[in-house]
Design a protein around this ligand. Structure first.
Ligand SMILES: [Mn+2]
Length: 351
């Protein structure tokens, strides 16, 4: 799930961009755990880097960037995610993919497990148990709902992307960001900022740093965000054509939602499915947008939530068993569609 963040309100206490050597908001966050994290990364000789289930470019970009650095330092490294069984096609040009292993090939015991862009342990799916068998665990993330489930937690809730947190970590570590690392970090930055719409002071400085290594930012963005098969268009027609607006929901702010039934999604990739929320959320009459995605023709629904400004959908998602960011979150629900929608309306009216 691509989970962009809305910018934080500007206050006079925020440092100016020129104060940030890193070029990212992450650089302004104090975190005493950063030094401990670097010690853990330096001393581990075997490391598993875990990305979240249904991986997006932020978790994969973060995982492969960190994995590549560790591999160059001589560590044995595996990078993995629990589901689905293969990497989304849009990410098949990312450097460092040789580090990826299938979920069932992930080492049982390593010195260190690092999780990237996972707000909670359950976002690791079946690979969550690797946290228990490792000597230590390090959580690197930017979700405000992060549950701090690692031995050491580097969680910068104001960072644009987890790759921005990784960039800051590499700077503190003294690791030079070359073109391959920049490609990976840019992949997470461009997707989690919605192509630099949800930006803040420092976001473009980090982008500039990464682009200055010679990477082709336009190509990376097009490959990750703007490439769909023709079948995407009739799916959009069917799904958007049955979208529903509930003006009274969310205490009068309005809810718009669309449903992607399994039959609508046949033959389409996660890239096409995940694109729908970005169209639905533009509806001017609704503060909150939702897309309900049926799983395997059954009664389980993965729900993506977005809000414009007022509603904290992270809290709404948490109340329904999920998590995320203030303006972008998600959860999984089981039951009849009408009941799932009713439960969402209920959670929105009490938020
Ligand atoms: Mn992210």
């Amino acid at each position: 799930m691509v989970i962009p963040q809305a910018p934080l309100p500007q206050t006079s206490s925020l440092p100016k961009p020129t104060d940030m050597s890193n070029g990212s908001r992450a650089a302004s966050e104090p975190n005493e755990d950063l030094a401990r994290a670097i010690e853990m990364l330096e001393s581990a000789s075997s490391v598993t880097v875990l990305c979240h289930v249904q991986p997006d470019a932020d978790t994969i970009g973060s995982g492969l960037a960190l994995g590549s650095v560790l591999e160059r330092r001589g560590a044995r490294v595996q990078v993995a995610f629990a589901t689905p069984s293969s990497l989304p096609e849009s990410m098949d040009e990312l450097p460092g993919r040789h580090l990826l292993v299938d979920a069932d090939k992930v080492a049982e015991v390593v010195d260190l497990v690092v999780t990237v862009d996972a707000g909670s342990r359950d976002r690791l799916g079946s690979l969550g148990d690797r946290l228990d068998s490792a000597s230590g665990s390090l959580v690197i993330d930017h979700h405000r709902s992060n549950t701090h489930f690692g031995t050491v937690n580097v969680v910068f809730a104001s960072a644009e992307s987890t790759t921005a947190v990784i960039a800051h970590l590499l700077d503190q570590w003294g690791v030079e960001i070359d073109a391959d690392l920049a490609h990976l970090l840019f992949a997470g930055l461009v997707t989690d900022t919605g192509s630099f719409r949800w930006v803040r002071p420092g976001s473009h400085l980090l982008a500039e740093r990464l682009l200055a290594t010679g990477i082709d930012g336009a190509h990376i963005a097009r490959r990750l965000l703007d490439t769909h098969p023709f079948n995407w268009l009739p799916m959009l027609g069917a799904v958007l054509g049955s979208a529903t607006l509930l003006p009274d929901a969310a205490d009068g702010g309005g809810l718009v939602y669309a449903v992607i039934r399994s039959q609508d999604a046949v033959g389409l990739r996660s890239e096409e499915i995940e694109s729908v929320i970005d169209i639905v959320r533009t509806t001017s009459e609704a503060e909150v947008a939702a897309v309900l995605k049926q799983q395997d023709f059954g009664s389980v629904w993965v729900v993506s939530l977005r809000s414009k400004t007022e509603v904290d959908v992270s809290a709404v998602a948490c109340s329904l068993g999920g998590g995320g960011h203030r303006n972008a979150a998600g959860y999984t629900a089981a039951g009849a569609l009408d009941d799932v929608v009713d439960a969402l309306r209920g959670a929105l009216s009490t938020s």
